[in-house]
Design a binder for this molecule. Structure first.
Ligand SMILES: Nc1nc2c(ncn2[C@@H]2O[C@H](COP(=O)(O)OP(=O)(O)O)[C@@H](O)[C@H]2O)c(=O)[nH]1
Ligand SMILES: [Mg+2]
Length: 410
């Protein structure tokens, strides 16, 4: 051991001499050197140990329970499973797009209040046995309640008094009689209704058909435009909608939602902007884009507000600067519940705008759907569309026979 220590002293002395250190290495230096090396060695090993120490073991992943029988074993089985998933996805997507009911069913259901509350009741009076004076009075009351209007009601009652004399006037005969009576009142006017508004056929004309929609607040203008735009774009038509109701930002947003869904372009301006200007810009955009339709939504207004009615006339006339024959259709939207007041409304709007048609909405929520007859009769303006609900499928072209069947019953 001493030998080793002496060798170490000699080694350290030569190392110190080479390094130019002027010291004499004694055996104590050798011990100190060994102690130093030991400290360095121990701490070096300890550090190394912690560095290379394997990480704490994570618990083994919990096995996800899978039913072994569901796991495809072969490639054929894998394909089968993929096909099944595809099929399920397709079924999920296709199912809800089909409307549940036909238009006829919707119309019949929509007019049920009018039919059951008024027209059906009239029929049942006959079932109770003949047309005596009391029965005729009851019929007259019901007809007034149905908002058929005084002129048509008194004509009907006079006619019925004549029929009552013949004795064999039963419920079935009454129904066909009343349908003929109402048809006579409306048929010649309805014949002038443009039937092409829902059927989009691509024409050679590069100019859009312009439709202006007017009416009092809440009548259903914006909703009607939304439904109409959807129906037209679904047939491949290019539609531009002008949001000319600049009074309320919410009204513009409501229209934007419909247009986004329909895939129609909407032209809008800042709240409070000049509505005539928006209409002009919308038509300009429709012409630039070679759109098939340009539909203009307007702010609701009371027919008695002269200045607002003048503004509508101005909005209509400004379109002529771009297209001489625009708008091609000016439609007044009427809420069925308005009843006889609708005649006054329609007269005033007609004076200001030369209406070409009427849209009769909310026939589902009122028992006064019969007022359509008196309005058409009084104004000699056809009903173009009828609305019986808030969905796209709840708007259709007005068909007189269909309407009378749904109103009076078969
Ligand atoms: N039940 C029913 N509600 C409708 C019909 N048309 C519109 N509405 C609703 O009537 C309210 C007013 O419609 P809106 O289009 O905003 O009227 P606008 O002020 O004339 O533009 C909305 O809540 C519509 O959803 C309809 O035919 N039937
Ligand atoms: Mg509106």
């Amino acid at each position: 051991m001493e030998n080793y220590m002496l060798q170490l002293v000699a080694f350290l002395q030569s190392w110190a001499d080479q390094a130019g250190m002027n010291i004499i290495i004694t055996i104590e230096y050798a011990y100190a050197f060994i102690a130093l090396c030991s400290v360095i060695g121990v701490s070096g090993f300890t550090g190394l140990f912690y560095l290379v120490k394997p990480k704490a073991k994570l618990p083994p992943p919990t096995k996800i329970e899978t039913e072994e029988k569901d796991e495809p074993q072969s490639q054929a089985e894998v394909l089968e499973v993929v096909e099944e998933v595809k099929k399920e996805e397709e079924e999920e997507v296709l199912e809800p797009t089909k409307p549940e009911k036909s238009w006829k069913d919707r119309l019949t259901k929509g007019l049920s209040r009018s039919r059951e509350g008024v027209w059906g009741k009239i029929g049942s009076i006959f079932g109770r046995g003949g047309l005596d004076e009391d029965a005729l009075e009851e019929v007259e009351e019901l007809l007034y309640g149905a908002d058929l209007g005084p002129k048509a009601t008194s004509e009907l009652i006079e006619d019925l008094e004549e029929k009552a004399k013949s004795g064999d006037f039963d419920e079935a005969k009454f129904k066909s009689y009343i349908k003929d009576f109402l048809k006579n009142k409306m048929a010649s006017v309805q014949a002038n209704s443009p039937g092409d508004l829902f059927q989009f056929e691509k024409s050679d004309s590069k100019l859009p058909k312009v439709i202006m929609i007017v009416g009092v607040n809440g009548a259903g203008k914006t909703t009607t435009i939304g439904k109409l735009a959807t129906k037209l774009t679904n047939q491949g038509a290019k539609v531009v909608v002008g949001a000319c109701d600049t009074f309320r930002a919410a009204a513009v947003d409501q229209l934007q939602v419909w247009c986004d869904r329909a895939g129609a372009t909407m032209i809008r301006a800042k709240e409070g902007a000049n509505p005539s200007g928006v209409g002009y810009d919308a038509l300009q955009a429709a012409m630039n884009e070679e759109a098939d339709y340009c539909i203009l939504d307007t702010a609701g207004r009371l027919h008695t507000a002269g200045n607002l009615m003048d503004e509508l006339t101005k909005s209509k006339n400004v379109l002529k600067k771009l297209m001489e024959d625009a708008p091609h259709h000016t439609l007044l939207v009427i809420d069925a519940i308005t009843g006889q007041n609708a005649i006054r409304q329609a007269e005033e709007f007609n004076k200001a705008l030369d209406l070409t048609g009427l849209v009769f909405t909310k026939c589902d929520g009122s028992s006064k759907a019969g007022s359509a007859i008196s309005i058409v009769d009084a104004l000699q303006i056809p009903i173009t569309y009828i609305g019986v609900g808030e969905n796209v499928e709840d708007l259709s072209v007005f068909n007189l026979d269909e309407y009378l069947d749904a109103l009076v019953g078969n």
